[in-house]
Design a protein around this ligand. Structure first.
Ligand code: TXA
Ligand code: MG
Length: 342
């Protein structure tokens, strides 16, 4: 099929709404990443998402709403701490999981008895939901396993010929996916870090468990690559290794790789002049918001430049940095090397 490129105009938003309402798929901008949307109430429309992305059937989808009141019908009940969280951070880059109501198709929840809901802050996203007249199920609009798209071009690169349309809403503000927290457990649990930080969640919830998967397999002081972790997300075609340590030890390591073909550094702004490898940057070392905004674009750029080996500078895990580190760790297939004390 030919994939339409729609613009951020009232007319094209109305067109996107019609396609979605009619059971088609449209990739849409949000403040986090582009999403691949379908009518969340239509199981057969939602099933097409899995096909278009090559997504495993057992991975549930987030339902996007354009007004807080739409949440009621999707979940069994909204407990007070859930409402408090929504009042604090919605609309915004936060997804809240609760036990689902009966109207959620199995295709959305992938057989679980819970549903993930998000109320995005980007006005264009909400206009598209309004135009469709239904909540929209939408995973990130990448091919399964690739970095999430943060602009219409990257979305088109992955989805051309697979879906009815892509709506161009410009570059995504945050650039990494939403924070995912489940309130379906006794103690609220962070499943995926994002722009809403654990500290911010704790301000409202009091207690918050951090799921082990958030920081992957990494334990403090681990020296070498974790073997056997073949399951990657967000990954470029290149083999990525995170080097934990100072800039000077990174440079020493890089010097030993210099001259190897297709070998790149993924580093912080301003470090290009001292690292003896071709560099792609992803923000200043002390600026996790910019890092989150640029990481996925940087990973795609490495592919476009033909990188096969990439050595990445390790971001701080404070605040939004946790989300940046979480994505980079997966792009690296959990391959982390401590390069200081060698
Ligand atoms: O920012 C975002 O969240 C973007 C934009 C488009 O809204 N969406 C997104 O969707 O990142 P996706 O499908 O790529 O990631 C959703 C994550 C997956 O890891 C999925 O397993 C998890 O949320 N998830 C969804 N529903 C769940 C549920 N009921 N229980 C546990 N995890 C769930
Ligand atoms: Mg995704």
């Amino acid at each position: 099929m030919e994939t339409l490129l729609l613009q951020n105009t009232d007319q094209d938003i109305a067109r996107a709404g019609e396609i979605l309402c009619g059971g088609g798929l449209v990739a849409i901008p949000t403040e986090t990443v582009y999403g691949l949307a379908a009518n969340a109430m239509d199981g057969s429309a939602v099933a097409k998402i899995f096909h278009a992305k090559g997504r495993p059937q057992d991975n549930p989808l987030i339902v996007h709403i354009s007004e807080l009141s739409q949440w009621n019908a999707l979940v069994r009940e909204i407990p007070p701490h859930a409402m408090a969280l929504a009042k604090a951070y919605w609309p915004g880059p936060l997804t809240i999981i609760l036990p689902k109501s009966d109207i959620i198709p199995d295709e959305v929840s992938a057989g679980l008895d819970t549903v993930a809901v998000r109320f995005p802050s980007m006005r264009t996203t909400r206009k598209i939901i309004d135009a469709a007249g239904v909540p929209l199920a939408a995973p990130s609009a990448n091919l399964s396993g690739s970095p999430s798209p943060t602009c219409a071009r990257h979305t088109m690169d992955d989805m051309r010929g697979r879906i009815e349309a892509v709506l161009d809403g410009g570059e995504c503000n945050f650039g990494v996916e939403s924070t995912v927290v489940t309130l379906a457990t006794e103690v609220p649990r962070l499943l995926r870090p994002g722009a809403v930080t654990p500290e911010e969640l704790r301000e409202v919830l009091g207690s918050l468990a951090i799921d082990e998967a958030v920081m992957g397999q990494l334990k403090e002081g681990v020296q070498a690559v974790s073997p056997g972790m073949k399951y990657k997300h967000y990954s470029p075609k290149a083999e990525v290794t995170i080097l934990k340590g100072s800039l000077s030890s990174f440079c020493e390591f890089a010097a030993a790789q210099a001259g190897h073909p297709h070998t790149y550094a993924l580093c912080f702004d301003g470090e290009e002049s001292v690292i003896p490898l071709p560099c792609v940057t992803y923000g200043r070392e002390d600026d996790p918001l910019t890092q989150s905004h640029r990481l996925f674009t940087a990973l795609r750029e490495l592919d476009e430049r033909g990188a096969r080996q990439v050595y990445a500078r390790c971001p701080s895990t404070d605040g939004v940095g946790m989300a940046v580190y979480n994505r980079l760790l997966r792009a690296a297939g959990f391959s982390v090397v401590a390069c200081d004390a060698q």
